[in-house]
Design a binder for this molecule. Structure first.
Ligand SMILES: C[S@@+](CC[C@H](N)C(=O)[O-])C[C@H]1O[C@@H](n2cnc3c(N)ncnc32)[C@H](O)[C@@H]1O
Length: 222
């Protein structure tokens, strides 16, 4: 199994915004119902969802537009979303409560910590769409798609499971391809943008700025 130690530099800037008192109260109630703690023993995903899967990990769902759109479009999938941004976490919890969406669980925390709670080969799919780009050379070590994190994610994917990455940062897409090519358990590469992948504000902002997005899909081969 890949040994993953948390690096000194995190892959995110903490954005712990306070919620208004009524929103904080709703957040606490919804997290009690649909939240999974980032710490604790190894999870049984079938027990968490009361279903046999398929299980999808959505890493860094931001404001949650894509996560919610996918949960609606694919009610058969059980999605664990992990994010550190309070407003995004609250938005997803509000949507799942308001729409009685039953196939989403939310983790408030760093995916690197959460990985210790996920059993080997427990996941059918990992999505990491538009991870923080950390564009400056001196910040690149903060990027989430790097060999140790990727190895730990592949440990959690079942054989035949998928890893779907997307970015609108050209050199990050090259880094993703290099890191994935070096992981011998994966096969795959750049694909045409799937029409079903929801567009989020990050992607829209990039396309307004003239940046096209790149989708990469890999399968765990062994
Ligand atoms: C650029 S946003 C993209 C959001 C979303 N996937 C989308 O496509 O709209 C990247 C998100 O990843 C989150 N993130 C970064 N590192 C993370 C980590 N280690 N664990 C959980 N979330 C993380 C950030 O807080 C941020 O909201």
């Amino acid at each position: 199994m890949t040994d993953l130690t948390r690096p000194a530099a995190r892959s995110f800037k903490p954005r712990r915004r306070g919620l208004s008192p009524p929103r904080a109260e709703a957040y606490a109630a919804a997290s009690a119902a649909f939240g999974i703690s980032v710490d604790g023993p190894v999870l049984s995903l079938p027990d968490e969802f009361g279903r046999a899967g398929p299980f999808v990990l959505d890493i860094g769902f931001g404001a949650g537009e894509a996560l919610i759109a996918m949960a609606r479009a694919r009610p058969g999938e059980c999605v664990v979303g992990v994010e550190v941004h309070t407003t995004g976490l609250a938005a997803v919890l509000e949507a799942i409560t308001a729409e009685s969406i039953t196939n989403v669980r939310v983790v408030d925390g760093d995916v690197i910590e959460l990985l210790a709670r996920i059993a080997p080969v427990a996941l059918d799919e990992v999505r990491m769409w538009f991870p923080d780009p950390w564009p400056k050379q001196r910040q690149r070590h903060r990027r989430l798609v790097r060999a140790d994190v990727l190895g730990a994610l592949v440990d959690k994917l079942r054989v035949g499971g998928h890893l779907h990455l997307a970015t609108d940062v050209q050199d990050y897409s090259l880094q993703m391809q290099l890191v994935c090519a070096a992981e011998e358990r994966l096969g795959g590469g750049v694909v045409e943008r799937p029409a079903w992948r929801p567009t989020t504000r990050f992607e829209r902002r990039g396309s307004v700025a003239g940046r096209g997005s790149v989708d990469l899909v890999y399968v765990r081969l062994r």
